[in-house]
Design a protein around this ligand. Structure first.
Ligand code: O2Y
Ligand code: MN
Length: 595
């Protein structure tokens, strides 16, 4: 076969994997629009894609997955370091050679009857010091179409790689070989044998059995978070589960802000916020992942390594996230939403009434009396970031943007204030290390439990999280740095009637405005257990329509609850044993003084 590259490392590896998985053909992706259109047509013929109405949603497609393959699977996600302790207590560990033996067994012949696509991709702007090149081998054309949206992909990446460049090796198979003459299913997968394996020491990703989202689009969670976090530790930078936005005040002050929130906590909504406050502007640089490096001026610079959004559809509407709705009006892939009779998509929480005669996310005629949703709670849209109307012009700046503030959040019905500014870097790291959130549907598992999710990285940290905390703290120990301020936020406090107190969405701009005032030295605050909180009059005015009592409730820290939280944090910290940095225990001692 003739290859479009003379990179021997790449050719040898492609041949080695092909020998094992035995695809019927090998195809190098060039990343062109024509190639995307051809693959989309192929997916239509296979029944995976339905083309949406060109009037309603031009150049867009709908897919629905196998109902057993609908989300990331954390209990099938593995970190395979030589020593178990280096994966740490929060990861599923497996011995690398044992895992490779198991998976080689699964990969043997797994691509029979299928094409093996070779996807060269760059996470981060091509040629930027921030960027990393990966090559994904996959037998899923659905994955190729999504990867073209989510990463820079194709010939330009191969050229950047050159004859000798190295890359992160990513293997993916849906695990559904086709015997000769056997007809395919619309969503091939092997849901009883899913493995999402990471080898941080050799920078490899091996995925088997799932064709969905984070399990299969290997540039995203697998590379840009799990492998990148381990690389970042070794190279002195940070790979984080963070949105990245640009905030401009009415006075023209510009600040770049990151936000770490556990899955499905409104991160995409915040990244695309339309401020309720006159004169404020939010522009988006990223909605999920941020890579951060120290610049020569001692500031932390951030870049979004992704090229697209893989956003949760249910709950997205012109009311909750108008910018997302405007972004997905065309050239979008929808997965596991419902389908309307006139060739459009629909999901719970979309504006307007539910249309009649829907096809549900399983591809069946929807029965509105069933009590079940028509779209899956983890239904997604895949769309290029570049087509978002509110994208910041510098979103692909190879140098990144200087970060002024970092937000850490979670879904907490009580205790954690609406916003608090950490006392210093170490306190901010403590707040990040103790983050917790009530669980939602983005990951498989129970919904509604409180889960400790440090830095929103619990499912994504590719090494021992105690070492990860130490890595964060190390930035505060460096000379001549001018690090961002760290803020804890919580939009989700509830009143005694179980109703959200804070309106959220566009009104979150009030919190951002207070943060800017703090950064500019223009606002005072009140010291408390979580740091400095605003005076209520600095957050609200009469337009907000929340009583003073309710506003105070947003910042009230109950002593008994705090005592319970201190105990819970103690238990959480114990799990890291001697890998827990002593500085965090000192911060816990300080928190105790507020009980
Ligand atoms: O279920 C999946 O595979 C998607 S998970 C996801 C997708 C986009 C952004 N964030 C997440 C997440 O779980 O954090
Ligand atoms: Mn995420």
């Amino acid at each position: 076969m003739e290859y479009p590259t003379s990179n021997k490392r790449l050719i040898d590896w492609v041949e080695e994997v092909a020998k094992l998985a035995r695809p019927s053909s090998i195809y190098f992706c060039d990343g062109s629009k024509e190639e995307f259109d051809q693959l989309a047509q192929l997916l239509v013929e296979k029944g995976t894609f339905r083309k949406l109405s060109d009037v309603k949603r031009p150049n867009s497609y709908w897919a629905h997955s196998d109902p057993r393959d609908v989300a990331r699977v954390e209990d099938r996600t593995f970190i395979c370091s030589t020593e178990e302790i280096d994966a740490g207590p929060t990861n599923n560990w497996r011995d690398p050679s044992e895992m490779k033996q198991t998976m080689n067994g699964l990969y043997a012949g797994s691509m029979e009857g299928r094409t093996m696509y070779v996807i060269p991709f760059s996470m981060g702007p091509l040629g930027s010091p921030f960027s990393k090149i990966g090559i994904q081998l996959t037998d899923s054309p659905y994955v190729v179409t999504n990867m073209r949206i989510m990463a820079k992909m194709g010939t330009s990446v191969l050229e950047q790689l050159g004859d000798d460049g190295d890359f992160i090796h990513c293997i993916h198979s849906v695990g559904s070989p086709l015997a000769q003459g056997q007809s395919d299913v619309a969503w091939p997968c092997d849901p009883d044998n899913i493995y999402i394996s990471h080898f941080p020491e050799t920078r490899e990703i091996w995925s088997y059995g799932s064709g969905y989202g984070g399990n299969a689009l290997l540039g995203k969670k697998c590379l840009a978070l799990r492998i990148a976090s381990a690389t970042a530790r070794d190279e002195g930078w940070l790979a984080e589960h963070m949105l990245l936005l640009k905030l401009t005040s009415p006075k023209g002050q510009v600040h770049y802000v990151t936000g770490s929130f556990p899955s499905a906590c409104g991160k995409t909504n915040l990244a695309m916020l339309e401020p309720s406050l006159e004169g404020w502007k939010v522009e988006t640089l990223g909605d999920d992942i941020c890579w951060l490096r120290l610049g020569e001026d001692g500031r932390l610079y951030g870049v979004n390594p992704e090229a697209g959004f893989f956003g949760v559809a249910p709950g997205t509407s012109y009311e909750t996230n108008a910018n997302a709705m405007r972004t997905i009006t065309h050239d979008t892939i929808f997965t596991n939403t419902a389908l309307t009779v006139d060739g459009d998509v629909w999901w719970e929480g979309m504006d307007g009434d539910r249309p009649d005669n829907l096809t549900d996310w399983k591809g069946e005629s929807y029965d509105p009396t069933s009590g079940k949703p028509a779209s899956h709670p983890n239904a997604r849209f895949t769309v290029s970031a570049g087509q978002a109307p509110q994208i910041a012009e510098e979103w692909q700046d190879p140098a990144g943007v200087p970060i002024s503030a970092m937000l850490f959040g979670g879904r907490r019905r009580s205790l954690v204030p609406l916003v608090a500014e950490s006392r210093d870097w170490d306190h901010g790291v403590f707040l990040g290390s103790t983050m917790a959130s009530e669980t939602t549907a983005a990951a498989v598992g129970a919904v509604g439990n409180l889960r400790r999710d440090p830095f929103a990285m619990l499912p994504f940290c590719g090494y021992n999280m105690g070492d990860y905390f130490a890595h964060w703290l190390s930035f505060g120990e460096k000379e001549n740095v001018n690090l961002p301020k760290i803020y804890m936020v919580n939009w989700f406090r509830k009143d005694a009637n179980n109703r959200f107190i804070w309106p959220g969405y566009g009104e979150n701009a009030r919190v951002l405005a207070w943060i800017v005032a703090r950064l500019e030295g223009e606002a005072e605050g009140i010291e408390g257990p979580y740091g400095v909180v605003p005076k209520v009059q600095d957050i609200a005015d009469d337009n907000l329509g929340i009583s003073d009592e309710q506003l105070s409730e947003l910042f009230h820290v109950d002593g008994t609850e705090l005592a319970n939280e201190v105990d819970a944090i103690g238990g959480h910290f114990d799990t890291f044993g001697d890998r827990l940095p002593a500085k965090l225990l000192r911060q816990l001692e300080i928190l105790k003084t507020y009980i």
